[in-house]
Design a protein around this ligand. Structure first.
Ligand code: C2E
Ligand code: MG
Ligand code: MG
Ligand code: MG
Length: 281
């Protein structure tokens, strides 16, 4: 490592790149341990059906509360997990943990809740793991039917190996699971894939939703995505709805579902079940 020259006084400054590389390396080592020792948990963000205001389900989001460093954001540890291959173990854990929580909610409520759980899948999992067998096992272990899970994947999962992605999605449909295209609009999916692949939902990326109230372009893009989805018979979810005005605008435009801090932040498992119970009372 090249050290920066000491400047003023005696302190030695470390080049920030080296510092970042070191943090990355220790995060990788510690993430490996965190997956094994169950230092990770899931939070659950409500997904609302816009036309009725009803709770449609939740999206499971990984959280890492590090004992020394405090909370580490998914935007930091998911990329490290992907580059190190740890995403395969993390993804297996996430699917099982999400299915387990939904199964527990059903048992606590004494009935099959009409809720669907979204779980994020990385492109690396599609490439390296047997995702359909994994999902099948999680459903079986926790007594769920396939329609209770929505697997969320990004456009990159399809672009990297369309033939494989197609097989995986077909197999997921064979289990009756739902498939969502996450962060839609930020990647390069061709319309042919959207038409050909068994996708149920387009999740419109937060950047377009946030832009809606400020610029006409974002509104135009959202309209275009909604009419594209309509033409292809897909449902839509708007991510990152932070205000009442956005919720109203997206409802009027005919978006199917909404998710965002305006409705609720991601909640722990007990708070999420309470959220459902209080709304369905
Ligand atoms: P995502 O799948 O697009 O998830 C939505 C993200 O938007 C979440 O960030 C959520 O907390 C955040 N969000 C929701 N509503 C709002 C809002 O109104 N305003 C703002 N500013 N943000 C909002 P989070 O939890 O930090 O996760 C970031 C990303 O990390 C996720 O994006 C997903 O790509 C990835 N991720 C999280 N958990 C997992 C996992 O278990 N597996 C994989 N492969 N990726 C995961
Ligand atoms: Mg997602
Ligand atoms: Mg998303
Ligand atoms: Mg997003």
């Amino acid at each position: 490592l090249k050290r920066a020259k000491p400047t003023r006084g005696t302190q030695v400054y470390e080049p920030s790149q080296a510092k970042a590389a070191r943090r990355r390396f220790s995060i990788e080592t510690e993430l490996r341990r965190a997956i094994e020792s169950e230092e990770l948990r899931l939070d659950f963000q409500p997904v609302i059906e816009l036309a009725t205001g009803e709770l449609a389900g939740f999206e499971a989001l990984a959280r890492w509360e590090h004992e020394d460093r405090g909370a580490i954001a998914p935007s930091e540890f998911i990329p490290v997990a992907e580059e190190s291959g740890l995403i395969v173990a993390l993804g297996r854990w996430a699917i099982h943990a999400a299915a387990q929580t939904l199964g527990e909610w059903d048992r606590k409520a004494g009935k099959r809740l009409p809720l669907c759980m979204g779980v994020n899948l990385s492109a690396i999992q599609i490439a390296r793991d047997d995702v359909p067998t994994l999902v099948e096992g999680a459903l079986r272990d926790h007594g769920l039917t396939g329609d209770r899970l929505t697997l969320e994947l990004t456009e990159s999962a399809i672009i990297q190996d369309p033939a494989r992605a197609s097989k995986v999605l077909e197999a997921l449909k064979g289990l009756d699971a739902r498939v969502a295209m996450d962060d839609f609009g930020t990647g390069y999916t061709s319309l042919a894939y959207l038409q050909r692949l068994p996708i149920d939902v387009l999740k419109i990326d937060r950047s377009f939703v946030t832009g809606m109230l400020k610029d006409r372009d974002s509104v135009g893009i959202i309209r275009a995505v909604l009419s594209l989805a309509d033409a292809l018979g897909l449902e839509t979810t708007a991510e990152g709805i932070e205000t009442e005005a956005l919720a109203r605008a997206l409802t009027e435009l005919g978006c199917t579902y909404g998710q965002g801090f305006h409705f609720a932040r991601p909640l722990g498992p007990d708070a999420a079940l309470d959220y459902w119970l209080s709304r369905s009372a």
